[in-house]
Design a protein around this ligand. Structure first.
Ligand code: ADP
Length: 304
């Protein structure tokens, strides 16, 4: 199974002709509320692709929190290992999108995501130890992730850290990370190196590989993925060609697919291809979780 340790949010998105100036009130054209958070997104991506998925998180059930958990459960994700808090608010992202030009402004209030602790993770010990793959991102506190990865590694479970958003990663956490996955911007920032060209990305990935992970995967948007390991060197896997409609959440769909492939025992490049195929379909549709494909929509060679 795949266990995702991470964030869950409600995204509240307004669409208006342009972004309001400070102090200004604009009349909007549309409003959409949708579940998000990198952790929940990746859990949904893996579940849609057929993985058995459990979520480890902390969710304030005030206001929209209970609704968020129910939505995750409706996707088939196991939520029994989620710590709930009836006095706290869930994470909320208030997003304003300008219909002309697509620019956005976002205020993110982490809420209960910021309260996930190593003690919460300890409560999910049995779930983590029984997994094939454990996946985390950087929207929850690093001590909680480090504890999850330590439990996982001690039980022989594969660990994937999606180092997003771009934040410094504790050495202790990196030491427990077998797969480091990040986009080219995050790779450049983490390595402290430029990452504009493929050659620069490769140099940055090699510098990150030297910090301990067995595999470093840098996602390059429409350019695909650079997969690097000490044994195999660097391999560029191009993306499927699609007409991109909405690329928000591409990285989350990719990580969910990669985790699913690894949980099925696939070789690294094959698991990456599963992630890429799922992400390519997701970017060809509007929405984040709603755009994530089911396994049957992918090519025959990508079926379990
Ligand atoms: P993030 O959302 O974290 O910035 P990327 O934009 O690098 O991540 O996308 C993750 C993966 O999704 C890419 O490696 C690629 O396989 C796929 N992908 C993203 N954008 C496109 C696109 N326009 N066409 C095809 N595949 C894409």
């Amino acid at each position: 199974s795949v266990v995702v340790v991470g964030s869950i949010n409600m995204d509240m998105v307004s669409h208006s002709p342009r972004l309001p100036a400070p102090g200004e009130t604009l009349v909007g054209e549309a409003f959409v509320m949708a579940p998000g958070g990198k952790g929940a997104n990746q859990a949904v991506a893996a579940a849609r692709l057929g993985a058995e998925v459990a979520f480890v998180s902390r969710v304030g059930t005030r206001q929209h929190g209970a609704e968020l958990l129910a939505a995750l459960g409706a996707e088939g994700v196991h939520t029994a290992a989620v710590a709930t808090d009836a006095t706290a608010l869930p994470g909320i992202a208030v997003i304003m999108v300008a219909s002309q030009g697509g620019e956005n402004s976002i205020v993110y209030v982490p809420g209960s995501n910021a309260q996930l602790s190593a003690a919460d993770v300890e409560q999910a010990k049995a779930v983590l130890q029984a997994a094939r793959v454990v996946v985390a991102q950087l929207e929850v506190p690093q001590p909680a992730i480090a504890h999850a990865f330590a439990l996982a590694r001690a039980a022989g479970v594969t660990t994937i850290l999606n180092a997003a958003p771009a934040l410094p990663v504790n050495a202790e956490l990196l030491a427990q990370t077998q797969w480091l996955v990040l986009n080219e911007t995050e790779a450049g920032q983490m390595a402290g190196m430029p990452s504009a060209s493929l050659e620069q990305v490769r140099a940055a990935a090699e510098a990150l590989l030297a910090r301990g992970p067995g595999q470093v995967v840098v996602t390059l948007g429409a350019q695909g993925v650079l997969l690097c390991s000490a044994q195999q060197g660097a391999q560029h896997l191009p993306a499927q060609r699609v007409t991109a409609v909405d690329t928000v959440g591409a990285g989350d769909t990719f990580v969910g697919g990669l985790a699913t492939g690894l949980a099925e025992g696939w070789a690294p490049a094959d698991a990456v291809r599963l992630g890429q195929a799922a992400a390519a379909l997701a970017v060809s549709r509007a929405g984040v979780q709603t755009a994530m494909p089911r396994r049957a929509e992918l090519a025959a060679e990508l079926q379990p």
